[in-house]
Design a protein around this ligand. Structure first.
Ligand code: DGJ
Length: 726
């Protein structure tokens, strides 16, 4: 009986399906992606760019670019890379997709175009989606793969999307770095051959290479001009972005999960959905792409916080590290309240019973309060915060454990592990990663948040950390045949947990932290409100890192804290508190030091900074970003500005990045203003003991500020200025 049904299914699959033919324009307010399904059935892509182009015009103009929208192994010529390669149950690796259906759905904010494709031989269905937003120039693309073969098939390559472009003077900008030096942009021309950007940390994916890039189509990237395409892979795990320049004709961009050690085993009738790849096009250069991504993130739900702004907080980490006591915590609350702060966050070190967290080599997983450090528990802290009109936040690292913990003693099978081999251990020589492919572990991780919130409903903020890579490749939960699903199923498990957290606690603010900026990605931001840009809070280096991070992420997602000096990683360098404040003020402002060690000048400057920031915050955190001078250009100054949508107000930040005698500093030309409006410059966060500079109170037209520009007085080392324009 069973055999007959399977036989019938195979027959059905072998019966030629009716091919769908047609031309489709996928449109956002200013952009268009053109696709055609030919007779014979494969889907081809011809154009992505400004909305002015039609297929007919392109043909009339002699443009004959046309390439498979989703190149598959077995259907594209051998010299082209596939975006999808499956191994059928019998070992065959060929796939020839023909479009059998096309449909659209419209939810008011976006139109989803669905191309349903079938293999010409085997019962495999691939749906290729394009979600085109109506209010922002972003198109998301992804696929869904399902099959009815008799046994599991293997996805050997399963990119989310592919884009073909005519070859030209195209430059790529990608972000890379390391722990404590994240997001440095590198810009380089796309030359013949393959360029691959990938990350294989397993658990995090933006410390080294990041899953976003921009392509500048008109040569060397410019901030305010030039046709530019941006890509962001919405995924928190391993990825591969490939740019293949072939045949003197085309650049191909592929983006998806890195298939290395991740060949995905897919059972019959199971559906695999690839992560979404977001693409944006702008003819306003790199900052045009940034503004599109920021808007999409904030207004279309890719950032849980949306258009809301974040509170000014004090985080305990760099002030007292693990050395938490109730007395210290409450004193820190007094200080942040006195400066005008709004939230206090108790970082690592508050937990552990049998194994109290004294150093970083124990206790993760044992999420009970350490009664030696906090004899009156967390309740005493939430009470203390309320009394000081502060919100209270707490740190957890729920995906991890230490081999020195009660959790590990009770559930050694809950950690990812290599069968028959010793555990590889990370931080503290004992840290290991929980096996999130296992539903029981998912319940546990959800429970970490749920238990805290149930016991202490006044917790308003959680810092969710993740300080280990996946070093032990093996799951006691997944069957042997599916061990290669680990890298993917880990993140699918994580997302399941985060969805549960969000369903139950939609208003809880959650910071996405992973040893600093290890998880700045659009795979996780729908569930998080902000991310920790870096464990490096040195203000000068932050000018650089924040500049790079802003290329894809909006200011209200970027947690930026004022630190103490001298700082652990930059020797004896003393950066003035004014500069430190001004740098932190350009995103979600916070402070991370021991306030009791601050000088009177530092205390006064922070108080001024907080008061001014509260007034500027809506424009900074939810405004439109224009990057004016890059620190990477080494012109001695870096500058960014934000405008509101009406262009009636703006905030300008200027930082001196080095200081030499007779150094000609560039005249600063602003951007994004209304040329016909007149703006008054008001200097903010003026240095304690000084008067505002001579530009204060001066009026200029937008035209003057953008075309002629102003000379910003920046004399001494680490000089900086903040202006409001109104
Ligand atoms: C890494 C984070 O990035 C830091 O901010 C801090 O929370 C530590 N972990 C705590 O262990």
């Amino acid at each position: 009986m069973k055999k007959t049904i399977l036989g019938a299914l195979m027959l059905l699959a072998a019966t030629p399906l009716l091919a769908w033919q047609g031309e489709v324009a996928i449109e956002t307010p200013n952009t268009r992606l053109l696709l055609t399904a030919w007779e014979g059935g494969d889907l081809r892509q011809s154009y992505y760019g400004d909305k002015s182009a039609t297929l007919q015009q392109l043909r009339d103009a002699g443009d004959d670019l046309s390439f498979e929208a989703l190149p598959t192994f077995g259907s594209v010529g051998a010299s082209h890379l596939p975006a999808l390669q499956v191994q059928h149950m019998d070992g065959d690796q060929n796939l020839e997709l023909q479009v059998t259906d096309y449909s659209t759905t419209d939810d008011g904010r976006a139109v989803v175009h669905t191309f349903t494709m079938h293999d010409k031989l085997m019962p495999i269905t691939v749906k290729l989606f394009y979600k085109a937003y109506k209010h922002v120039d972003v198109i998301e693309t992804w696929t869904e793969i399902t099959h009815q073969e008799k046994k599991a098939i293997t996805l050997n390559r399963y990119d989310s999307g592919h884009l073909v472009l005519r070859q030209g003077d195209v430059w790529v900008t990608h972000l890379h770095g390391n722990w404590a030096s994240e997001t440095e942009p590198t810009m380089e021309p796309l030359t013949q051959g393959l360029k691959t950007i990938r990350n294989s940390d397993g658990a995090r994916n933006s410390h080294l290479d990041a899953p976003e890039l921009m392509l500048s189509l008109d040569g060397r990237p410019q901030e305010l001009t030039g046709r530019t395409i941006g890509f962001a892979l919405c995924w928190s795990g391993n990825f591969e972005l490939r740019m293949n320049t072939v045949s003197h004709r085309e650049h191909h961009v592929y983006a998806g999960i890195d298939p290395t050690a991740a060949h995905y085993v897919l059972d019959p009738r199971q559906t695999f959905e690839t992560p979404h790849l977001a693409m944006a096009y702008s003819n306003e250069g790199q900052s045009g792409i940034s503004r599109i991504f920021h808007n999409w993130a904030r207004k279309e739900g890719m950032l849980h916080r949306g258009m809301q702004t974040g509170d000014i907080l004090l985080n305990s980490w760099e002030g007292i590290y693990l050395d938490i006591t109730e007395e210290k915590i409450i004193k820190m609350m007094d200080d942040i309240a006195a400066f005008g702060g709004e939230l206090f966050v108790m970082d690592d070190g508050w937990f552990g019973d049998k194994y109290p967290r004294k150093v970083d080599n124990s206790s993760l997983g044992d999420w009970v309060v350490d009664k030696n450090k906090l004899p009156n528990g967390i309740k005493a802290l939430t009470d203390a915060a309320r009394e000081r009109k502060l919100k209270f936040g707490i740190w957890i690292e729920p995906e991890m454990t230490n081999t020195v913990s009660e959790l590990f003693e009770q559930h050694p099978d809950w950690v990812l592990q290599r069968p028959g081999r010793d555990l590889r251990k990370g931080r503290g020589g004992t840290q290991v990663v929980l096996d999130l492919t296992n539903p029981k572990v998912q319940d546990f991780v959800f429970g970490v948040v749920d238990n805290l919130m149930t016991q202490y409903p006044e917790i308003a903020y959680i810092k969710w950390d993740a300080n280990a890579s996946i070093e032990n490749y093996g799951s006691t939960y997944l069957p042997k045949a599916k061990q290669s699903n680990i890298y993917v199923d880990y993140h699918l498990g994580l997302i399941k947990v985060l969805k549960r957290v969000r369903e139950k606690y939609p208003d809880l603010v959650i910071q996405d932290c992973a040893s600093g900026g290890g998880r700045a990605n659009y795979g996780l931001l729908p569930y998080f409100d902000e991310f920790w840009v870096s464990d490096n809070t040195d203000a000068l280096q932050r000018v650089y890192m924040q500049y790079g991070t802003s290329m894809f992420f909006p200011a209200n997602a970027m947690a930026q804290h004022i630190n103490h000096v001298p700082y652990w990683n930059t020797g004896k360098r003393i950066i003035p508190v004014k500069f430190r404040c001004d740098v932190a003020m350009s995103g979600r402002l916070g402070i991370e030091l021991q306030p009791k060690d601050m000088t009177p000048e530092e205390r006064q400057q922070c108080t001024t900074c907080f008061a001014d920031y509260k007034q500027l915050r809506p424009i900074v955190q939810t405004g439109n970003l224009y990057r004016l001078l890059s620190p990477y250009d080494r012109r001695g100054v870096s500058s960014i500005m934000y405008t509101n949508d009406q262009r009636s107000q703006a905030v300008l930040f200027v930082y001196k990045t080095d200081n030499f005698y007779d150094q000609p500093l560039p005249r600063l030309r602003l951007a994004g203003l209304d040329a016909s409006k007149t703006y008054t410059l008001v200097e903010k966060n003026v240095r304690v003991g000084e008067e505002p500079c001579k530009l204060n109170g001066k009026q200029f037209t937008g035209r003057f500020l953008m075309d002629v520009g102003i000379e910003i007085p920046l004399w001494e080392d680490y000089a900086s200025r903040v202006f409001e324009l109104k």
